[in-house]
Design a protein around this ligand. Structure first.
Ligand code: NAD
Length: 502
């Protein structure tokens, strides 16, 4: 089937769209938000047993979602396998068009997706909307990338390097950016000709299931599928003999299990894992301006970002003044339910994570730590945590070494650039880092010595979907985004062709 027949004919955010089934509908009305389904072979399916996530602000149940069985997994795998060859045969440009139509469809549904994102993930509504905007722009950016054959002429020989799709791919998604991270996986997989089965996190299944339901309007059956479930589902998917590739985003702990499981059939893996990003603050910065940015990048999404600043390293000459500025800016952040006016930090996403983050608060008293700001949590309903900075805890404390994935951060000092580099690299993580200085040559020089997949100078968390992203050390394997991200869904094949007959 040609995706030109499945694409909508209108790339605007309003108006009508023509669907695969030939019907025309108003933009914004493709989905009903009252029931949530698995998507297998183009059909919406329920399961005998269901479960529900919890709204982390109210602790009330979110809508119920399927618990997939092993038999559901087998059927989705067979449907993906059947869809693979025809989808891979669709011209690249047509697959790009289908993706662009999907991006338009998602943009038209932005408000509904954002509302449910706040309800199930907890993030403030303005950040939920932002996640949707970025998701749409990532799909469009993936659709704009090309993966041409590379040709070398050598006398009678023509050497061609080309990139052929791997086969069925599985995308395993965490709960911190459930829409954005799912769209990134779908886009790179399907544009390169691979069917994708999405497994949303059991904590945030609603948005991921609707996203894949929406995709049915733009892609043939079996090309984009979704299964929600319990703790068995990830294991069944990664152990299954059919997939050629697992794209996993989540913790380093689970990433190791995924890799071990994938090894049984040598599935390709992309692992986007945890981080412990340092921000190195040199002694020449504009203290108030930089402190305001550092506080923002530490506490955005309640600290639940792989690339959040998780260690603040400050030159000893300015550390006291910098701490006071950080405290001032952190006190401005309002904590609350995501629809309340002016909220910057929503709740931590789930009870397990809430208990884990509170464990770091318990260390404060146990280890006699100095609280610069925060330190006490509100109590009552909802998984709310007060943004907290600990002033110079022991360098071997859990807070300095582990990833809390919540709004509590250590402030640490260094005496010179060598020590800053040593401390920044003294971790088994290597996801992101930033260096802040008015002296750009100095900052650029330090940046080049940091062991991390992404290092910024005078900013943090800036992302470009056309540029590869990935972790060093135990923060991951492989890349997402950019041409490198597309290649991660492909075999590289080298053809030594001849120009003349024998
Ligand atoms: P997690 O590892 O607990 O879960 C991630 C996903 O894996 C979920 O869908 C979960 O159901 C699934 N899963 C659990 N056990 C599995 C198994 N045995 N086999 C297959 N799948 C299994 O992570 P989380 O708590 O949802 O997310 C937080 C972590 O993700 C943090 O460490 C964060 O740094 C990391 N993260 C990394 C990136 C990145 O791009 N590097 C982005 C976002 C989050």
């Amino acid at each position: 089937m040609s995706p030109s027949a499945v694409a909508t004919d209108d790339h605007g955010a309003s108006g009508t769209a023509t669907l695969r089934n030939g019907h025309s509908v108003e933009h914004g009305s493709l989905l009903s938000w009252t029931a949530f389904y698995n998507v297998i072979d183009g059909k919406l399916e329920t399961t005998r047993e269901t479960r529900c996530g919890i709204n982390p602000a109210t602790e009330q149940n979110n809508p119920s979602v399927p618990i997939s069985t092993k038999e559901d997994v087998d059927r989705a795998m067979e449907a993906a396998k059947k869809a693979f060859k025809p989808w891979a045969a669709v011209p690249y440009a047509e697959r790009q068009k289908a993706l662009l139509a999907f991006a338009d469809g998602l943009e038209a549904e932005k408000e509904a997706f954002s509302k449910f994102l706040t309800q199930e993930q907890g993030k403030p509504i303005q950040f939920a909307r932002r996640e949707l905007d970025i998701a749409v722009s990532w799909i469009r950016a993936s659709a704009a990338l090309e993966l041409p054959e590379e040709r070398t002429e050598d006398g009678d020989k023509e050497i061609v390097v080309r990139y052929t799709p791997l086969g069925v791919a599985v995308g395993i998604v965490p709960w911190n950016f459930p829409i954005l991270l799912a769209t990134g996986k779908i886009a790179a997989s399907v544009v390169t000709g691979n069917p994708m089965i999405i497994k949303p996190s059991p904590f945030t299944p609603v948005g991921g299931l609707k996203l894949v339901e929406l995709a049915q309007n733009y892609f043939p059956p079996g090309v984009v599928q979704a299964l929600s479930g319990d703790d068995n589902l990830g294991i069944w998917l990664t152990e299954h003999p059919i997939p050629a590739k697992i794209s996993f985003t989540g913790s380093t702990f689970t990433g190791k299990k995924v890799m071990a499981s994938a090894a049984k059939t040598l599935k390709r893996v992309t692992l986007e894992l945890g981080g412990k990003d340092p921000a190195i603050i040199c002694d020449d910065v504009d203290i108030d301006d930089v402190a305001s940015k550092i506080a923002t990048f530490a506490f955005l999404n309640s600290g639940q970002i792989c690339l959040a600043i998780k260690r603040i390293l400050v030159h000893e000459k300015i550390i006291d003044e910098f701490r006071d500025a950080l405290v001032k800016h952190t006190k401005l952040f309002k904590v609350g339910e995501g629809n309340e006016e002016g909220v910057f930090l929503g709740p931590v996403q789930n009870s397990m994570q809430f208990e884990r983050v509170k464990g770091f608060f318990a260390d404060i008293e146990k280890e006699g730590m100095n609280v610069a700001v925060g330190g006490k949590n509100p109590g009552g309903k909802g998984y709310f945590i007060t943004p907290t900075i600990i002033d110079r805890p022991a360098e071997d404390s859990r807070l300095v070494i582990e990833e809390p994935f919540g709004p509590i951060v250590p402030l640490l000092s260094f005496a010179n650039d060598e020590e800053a580099i040593y401390k920044a690299n003294n971790t088994h993580y290597g996801l992101g880092a930033s260096v802040w200085s008015k002296n750009v040559a100095r900052a650029n020089g330090v940046a080049r010595q940091i062991e991390a997949g992404t290092v910024w100078v005078n900013c943090h968390f800036e992302m470009d979907p056309s540029i590869p992203f990935g972790g060093h050390k135990q923060s991951g394997i492989g890349n997402e985004q950019g041409v490198a991200g597309l290649k991660s869904y492909c075999n590289s094949q080298t053809l030594y062709l001849r120009k003349s007959n024998l």
